[in-house]
Design a protein around this ligand. Structure first.
Ligand SMILES: NC(=O)c1ccc[n+]([C@@H]2O[C@H](COP(=O)([O-])OP(=O)(O)OC[C@H]3O[C@@H](n4cnc5c(N)ncnc54)[C@H](OP(=O)(O)O)[C@@H]3O)[C@@H](O)[C@H]2O)c1
Length: 341
């Protein structure tokens, strides 16, 4: 058996041109707790192009000893090899996971991936590898945003910024289960009809109308009770205006505060929540990793019950990832692009 594999590597921080298909060493079991997964597909997430550009693909000390390195922060595949301590999975099992892709832990833009056995979950049975691959990161992040941080109440008016994106389209489906009224922002007609089909009652094309005015006409009072900001940057500051008095704002993107700092939040008695699904990996918290696997298991159950559908923007081979990352960065995608291996 060849101990080499094909992978899409990053040779240095930079634009899409630094992505290259290479023959690299296959990962090995690091200890008896690991499994080797034959990767079938993985999500192409914004973190991938962000890590490619900002160099977070390198080791914690920045020396890049694992360079050239491999992006891809989630994946789905078939177990190829199990460590002697792994008793919950066997060779041939179909699994998914959120693991690696930065900070010295190679990701899933590759034919094989080593993961600790505790950190993989059984893939949903009713969908194929490509569909499943679109879900781990977006499913987990939107879960933490909606169910852990959002704390919506029945009848709440809820705004989802970036409604047609990876996080947004899954968050809308989670919110559908909670008896709330949903508004979503989008940039064009195709995205508008997509979020309407998902269940958004109010669709706001922010390029053509004021979000604040649209929310006022919808709710009869300023702002939404809960706002999910899946866009960030200047949209985070704008989102303070979109949040009702005593409302809650949940964000997933590192952003600057509004010009007045926390003044508007304090004035409105707002609550703020943030999600960073990478922290358990970076801080090496075993308990928090297990908690995330538990959420992945719940998402798999939801998919298999027919209550969650992921939308695939496009499916590409290694050679198509650069273009898919460009489109993702430009906000041109709907749902999630997937790399099929
Ligand atoms: N903290 C975490 O743990 C975590 C986890 C996952 C993702 N994230 C971050 O959360 C954000 C959303 O993730 P995602 O997977 O939903 O991303 P996505 O699929 O790219 O969706 C983001 C949406 O933002 C909208 N947008 C508005 N202005 C934009 C602009 N200038 N450039 C690009 N898009 C713009 C786009 O929709 P319109 O065209 O309709 O405006 C786009 O669909 C990303 O920044 C991602 O890195 C964070």
């Amino acid at each position: 058996m060849s101990m080499k594999m094909r992978a899409l590597v990053v040779t240095r921080p930079g634009g899409p041109e630094v992505l290259a298909v290479r023959e690299v060493d296959r990962p090995r079991l690091r200890d008896e707790n690991d499994v080797i997964v034959r990767v079938k597909a993985c999500g192409i997430n914004p973190a991938d192009w962000q890590n490619r550009e900002n160099g977070a693909v390198y080791d914690e000390d920045g020396r890049g000893t694992h360079s050239p390195t491999i992006l891809g922060i989630d994946g789905v595949g078939v177990i190829e090899e199990v460590g002697s301590n792994v008793d919950q999975f066997r060779v041939g099992d179909e699994v998914w996971y959120v693991d690696g892709g930065y900070a010295g832990n190679p990701g899933s833009y590759a034919e094989f991936k080593v993961v600790r056995g505790d950190y993989v979950g059984a893939k949903p049975k009713t969908v194929g590898f490509v569909e499943a691959a679109a879900l781990p990161v977006v499913g987990l992040t939107a879960w933490e945003a909606v169910f852990d941080k959002g704390r919506v109440r029945v009848g709440d008016y809820v705004l989802v910024h970036g409604g047609a994106g990876g996080l947004g389209h899954i968050a809308i489906q989670y919110l559908n289960t909670l008896g709330v009224r949903i508004a979503a922002t989008v940039s064009g007609d195709a995205k508008a009809s997509f979020v309407r089909q998902l269940g958004a009652e109010r669709v706001i094309n922010y390029r053509e109308e004021s979000v604040e005015e649209s929310l006022l006409r919808w709710r009869g009072e300023p702002g939404a009770n809960v706002v999910f900001d899946f866009v960030g940057h200047s949209n985070f500051a704008e989102s303070f205006k979109h949040t009702a008095d005593y409302g809650r704002l949940v964000n997933t993107v590192v952003s600057d505060w509004p010009a007045g700092g926390n003044a508007m939040a304090e004035w409105k008695n707002m609550e703020l929540g943030f999600v960073n699904i990478g922290l358990p990996q970076i801080s090496r918290s075993h308990a928090l990793r297990l908690r995330q696997v538990d959420v992945l298991n719940k998402i798999a159950t939801m998919v298999d019950a027919g209550n969650l559908r992921v939308h695939i923007d496009r499916v590409v081979p290694f050679e198509g990832v650069a273009q898919a990352q460009r489109a993702l960065k430009a906000g041109e995608t709907i749902g999630r692009p997937v790399l099929s291996i």
